[in-house]
Design a protein around this ligand. Structure first.
Ligand SMILES: [Mg+2]
Length: 251
């Protein structure tokens, strides 16, 4: 079985590596900042000027959009579209809308964002530096790879196909699958799709929720990637820290 090395240290045998997408495989921040900002502008157009001032502040904090970049543990960085929609509706409620109205307005705001996403006018997310070389090394060593993400399947496929990475991954587990991450059963579902036991896997993510999920799922090699955002993720769950893909090698 192939062995995974981190800066020369043997982390153990692996048959598969499971990757988070946003902030790990993908430098998603430029896209997510634009998308989150567009959703905020679309939202405040739907309320009074007084409500709009309060709503902007609430949504910026709910989405984790700050001056220095996105909060790597915030809703935009970590949560699914559906959960972001619920947090938007909650903010609408906080400025005085009923729940039914808040949900309806949030759905309209997200539909506007979807049009923007489909138009190709938002920045294209790039793979994080050095990823392609690592995927090639894993493939040559016969190690299978999977994506475990709260993006939708179409978003994951689009990212992989845009960068010619689709052949590097044998399975994905997205927000369209049940249960979603960070339920450890999401790891088990992806492992089943790959035909590999969790005990023969490594998982690489950029959020505590990824790392804790991996440990609870019985994944022995848990790696925290910290170079995917302007603001460094504050990872407190047990993990092996990784700054650049070139620090990993396979024997
Ligand atoms: Mg992530």
């Amino acid at each position: 079985m192939a062995r995974l090395l981190l800066r020369g240290e043997d982390l153990g045998p692996v048959r598969a590596v499971l990757f988070d997408k946003d902030g790990t495989l993908s430098h998603s921040e430029p896209l997510l900042v634009k998308l989150g900002s567009a959703r905020i502008e679309a939202a405040i157009e739907r309320v009074s000027i007084e409500q709009g001032t309060q709503l902007r502040d609430l949504l910026q904090r709910a989405y984790g959009l700050g001056v220095g970049g996105i909060d790597p543990a915030g809703t935009t960085a970590v949560a699914s579209r559906a959960h972001n929609l619920i947090s938007t509706a909650t903010a609408f409620c906080q400025v005085g809308l009923s729940w039914a109205e808040a949900l309806s307005q949030s759905e309209a705001v997200f539909a506007q964002g979807d049009v923007l996403l489909g138009s190709g006018s938002l920045p294209q997310s790039q793979p994080t530096p050095g990823l392609t070389q690592l995927l090639l090394a894993l493939r040559q060593a016969g190690v299978r790879c999977g994506v475990i993400s709260n993006d939708e399947s179409s978003g994951i496929q689009h990212f992989l196909e845009c960068h010619g990475l689709q052949d590097g991954f044998q399975a994905i587990w997205s927000a369209d699958h049940r249960p979603c991450k960070p339920d450890p059963a999401a790891v088990h579902g992806l492992c089943d799709a790959l035909g590999i036991a969790p005990s023969d896997c490594a998982l690489i993510g950029d959020a505590d929720s990824d790392l804790t999920m991996a440990a609870r799922a019985g994944v022995p090699v848990v790696i925290g990637y910290s170079s995917g955002w302007s603001l460094r993720p504050d990872l407190s769950a047990p993990h092996h820290p990784l700054e650049h893909w070139s620090e990993l090698s396979i024997t």
